[in-house]
Design a binder for this molecule. Structure first.
Ligand SMILES: Nc1ccn([C@@H]2O[C@H](COP(=O)(O)OP(=O)(O)OP(=O)(O)O)[C@@H](O)[C@H]2O)c(=O)n1
Ligand SMILES: C[C@](O)(CO)[C@H](O)COP(=O)(O)O
Length: 228
């Protein structure tokens, strides 16, 4: 099943404390964003990539696409203040088609098999997202004190790519925009419309590079891949 993918890459990377967009940090001589894009570039089922970037970084990203031979990018649109705004802008560039994936540029370790599983589940359910069972205990904290321990067995840590029927996610984003609702992921916008979202078991290695320690884990994952 063919799909298109929106890659939000217009963040500032504040938590990474690198003083630059963390997607431009090099891992094994390749920027993070190129690791991510190459997964979709090599997938015959990927009809096109829509990148969402900071206007100031557009020339830089265009240069990188050329340097690393990324040819499947069909559109580069401007990002917004929040991730959701960036995704919304990216969705406006999606061409006629049934399924669209929304995948953080900061998650370079997504595997093709998982992408295809998510596309298939989205075709059946309308929406499908990867998630992994929480390994730590989670508590609600108020004023630095533990307030409530959340029952862990039903808690999952959600990842991307999040896969949707195009019409469903467009409607969800439009409504959220009209109602001034900001969610931390795209599936939450679909859920708030009362639609079901299928959970697909994810991969603990599909990390989002967010803080400096994540780069250590990323280097280890790449070394393991190389050793194979
Ligand atoms: N306004 C924004 C915010 C985030 N993103 C993208 O959404 C993905 C997930 O966001 P996050 O990990 O939070 O990235 P940043 O917002 O850059 O990180 P921080 O919150 O630490 O600044 C990243 O690929 C990021 O580039 C985006 O396109 N537009
Ligand atoms: C979409 C996401 O990656 C799912 O876990 C996450 O919510 C993004 O959060 P961020 O703060 O925008 O990185």
């Amino acid at each position: 099943m063919l799909y298109q993918v929106v890659i939000p890459a217009a963040g500032q990377g504040k938590r990474m404390k690198a003083g630059m967009n963390k997607l431009l940090i090099e891992l094994q001589h390749q920027p993070v964003i190129i690791h991510t894009l190459k997964v979709f570039e090599q997938d015959d089922d990927c009809r096109g990539i829509i990148m969402v970037v900071n206007e100031a970084e557009r020339p830089l990203f265009v240069e990188l696409l050329k340097k690393f031979g990324i040819k499947k990018v069909i559109s580069i649109v401007s990002g917004g203040i929040e991730r959701q705004h960036s995704v919304y802008n990216g969705l406006q560039a999606v061409k006629e088609g049934e399924i669209v994936l929304i995948h953080d540029g900061a998650r370079p370790f997504i595997r093709l098999e998982k992408i295809h599983e998510l596309v298939k589940e989205a075709q059946e359910h309308g929406a499908a997202i990867p998630a992994v069972p929480m390994k730590d205990t989670v508590k609600k904290v108020r004023n630095g004190m533990a307030e409530e321990t959340v029952e862990r067995s039903s808690l999952w840590a959600v990842q991307t790519p999040q896969a949707f029927r195009v019409s469903l996610v467009l409607e969800a984003h439009k409504r959220a925009q009209e109602e001034g609702y900001i969610g931390t992921d795209d599936a939450s916008l679909v859920e708030r419309m009362g639609k079901k979202v299928k959970i697909v078991e994810g991969d603990y290695r599909n990390i989002k590079l967010t803080t400096p320690d994540d780069l250590l884990f990323a280097e280890a994952i790449l070394s393991l891949k190389e050793a194979r």
